[in-house]
Design a protein around this ligand. Structure first.
Ligand code: SAM
Ligand code: SF4
Length: 496
């Protein structure tokens, strides 16, 4: 069970898709530290290390805040910078181009960004040649004031303007002082990509959101929903499979409403997309996030149940267990409809793992409303939950609502909610002990390098004793559990 939303650059993990080598390059009597990127994985040759080859290369560092969509956008930002001949730096202090891919879902990322930008400003005072670029949802939300508020920023761009980034940071990595904001209408999904993980990939299927959740800034900063064409999505999966990717996560702000805005000849729905992706040879696991409960229609549930590669894991944002609050949030479902959806999903997909998002302290939330949220959590027994303290966002409907809940009340409710979620997740994980799970191996465990780490189809992290290589599917006998992880031993070793 995870109770923190991905909100830091540490959220990005996994193997690098390229070999990154540091070489010392002598140029004009100066020792320069340069990074050579080699797609082939071959050692950098002497030719490559010659002055003029790598020494001219400027380097970038991208700091990412926020959700998986942002993490994926950062892969596009990196790919685009690399296509301009700018290499990746190992640390911000070593970079000539500093990019911040921001989030503004809640106040906390804004505050953290301010601290990072303070450091960037100091760096820029010392080294005026350094380029500072601020992208993502915060940049879009603050587009009118960002250059006044942060005069040292060279380039600012919203989530839909990533394709323009190359016009504003030219080949070689210098900022171009012209148009610094685009519209949020262009798909980044066709840009070059620097994948962060070797065997798993995100695939963007739609951008923007047509919902009007009263608390949410996403529709204002990411625009109206646009679906990517099915043929393009399947072609991307095929290319990923050829590249050795085993697992894809389809991404959309409202992923299961995908398809409805497509042109009449190709208009279709999310269940059909799942079936099309399932047919791609070589892709062994398909996940998707985030679906909206209102768009979980029968064909989508049938596709999850029938497609062998679609994993038994659904992230189903609840937000609140009180129908009154759900109505005020404009979520368009009731507590009863949510619970009956859980029942339909669980009866169609045995052994389904359920994750959720819950907001605590939405304006007007009474103790009774909150207790109803606890009741739903108790009844459903989620396997994981991202829990959020409500944070008013300027310009959203909820920010202007009366009856804002005092901070101390929100905190106290949050503590109770987290304790309950943890209890449920611990019980669900304890249920797995003694079972065999198929685990997609990601690499060594983060806490104990003598163990391997991977994920089950139900999306639980497993640390285990074994010999499998990263990218392989291993059968693991589960021997222990916590509320967040499982522990085990590769089945072949158990038999031995
Ligand atoms: N599109 C997804 C959905 O509808 O579930 C996720 C959108 S958002 C990036 C992720 C989560 O952030 C939401 O599900 C919600 O729980 C939370 N969130 C959004 N706005 C918030 C706010 N103003 N305060 C606290 N949490 C918020
Ligand atoms: Fe925000 Fe609601 Fe759209 Fe999700 S569905 S992105 S919470 S407006």
């Amino acid at each position: 069970m995870t109770v923190l939303y991905l909100e830091a650059e540490t959220a990005i993990e996994g193997d690098r898709p390229m070999d990154v080598r540091d070489v010392r390059v002598r140029r004009q009597g100066m020792d320069r530290h340069a990074t050579i990127l080699s797609e082939s994985g071959d050692a950098a040759t002497e030719d490559e290390a010659r002055p003029g080859y790598a020494s001219a290369m400027r380097r970038y560092y991208v700091t990412t805040f926020g959700c998986q969509m942002n993490a994926h956008d950062s892969e596009r930002i990196k790919g685009m910078l690399e296509s301009l001949g700018i290499g990746e730096a190992a640390a911000p202090e070593e970079a000539d181009v500093l990019v911040f891919n921001t989030c503004t879902i809640r106040e906390k990322p804004d505050t953290r960004l301010a601290a990072y930008l303070g450091d960037a400003a100091a760096r820029k005072r010392r080294e005026p040649d350094v380029v500072v670029a601020v992208g993502g949802c915060y940049a879009e939300a603050q587009r009118e004031v960002i250059f006044e508020r942060y005069p040292f920023v060279d380039v600012a761009f919203g989530p839909g303007s990533i394709p323009h980034l190359g016009e504003w940071i030219e080949a070689g990595g210098h900022a171009v002082p012209r148009g610094r904001f685009g519209t949020h209408e262009t798909f980044a999904a066709t840009l070059p990509m620097h994948r962060e993980r070797r065997f798993s990939a995100w695939v963007q299927v739609s951008m923007g959101c047509n919902s009007k959740c009263a608390y949410c800034i996403v529709p204002a900063v990411r625009g109206r929903e646009q679906s990517r064409r099915p043929g393009e999505i399947v072609a991307e999966l095929e290319a990923l499979a050829r590249d050795g990717v085993k697992e894809v996560t389809l991404l959309g702000q409202n992923v299961n409403s995908w398809g409805r805005d497509l042109a009449p000849g190709i208009r279709t729905e999310f269940g059909e997309l799942l079936r099309g992706c399932d047919a791609v040879e070589g892709i062994e696991r398909i996940r998707f996030t985030s679906p909206h409960p209102k768009d979980f229609r029968d064909p989508v549930i049938a596709a999850i149940a029938e497609c062998a590669t679609v994993c038994e894991h659904v992230h189903l944002p609840l937000q609140s267990g009180s129908t009154r609050i759900l109505k005020a949030m404009r979520r368009t479902y009731s507590r009863e409809r949510y619970l009956s959806l859980v029942e339909r999903l669980r009866s169609a997909v045995p052994d389904l793992a359920l994750g959720t998002d819950i907001i605590v302290g939405f304006p007007g939330e009474t103790e009774r409303d909150f207790e109803q949220t606890l009741e739903v959590v108790e009844e459903v027994e989620f396997d994981s939950a991202f829990t959020f303290v409500y944070s008013p966002r300027a310009g959203t409907e909820a920010a202007a609502m009366p009856d804002q809940v005092p901070e101390d009340v929100k905190r106290e409710r949050m503590e109770r909610l987290v304790a309950l979620v943890q209890r449920g997740a611990a019980a669900r994980n304890a249920d797995r002990v003694g079972r065999l799970e198929d685990v997609l191996v990601e690499g060594p465990s983060r806490t104990d390098p003598t163990l391997l780490r991977g994920r089950t189809r139900r999306n639980t992290t497993v640390n285990f004793t074994g010999t499998a290589a990263a990218g392989e599917l291993a059968r693991v006998k589960i021997e222990g559990s916590t509320s967040t992880t499982l522990r085990g031993r590769e089945a072949s070793l158990v038999a031995a």
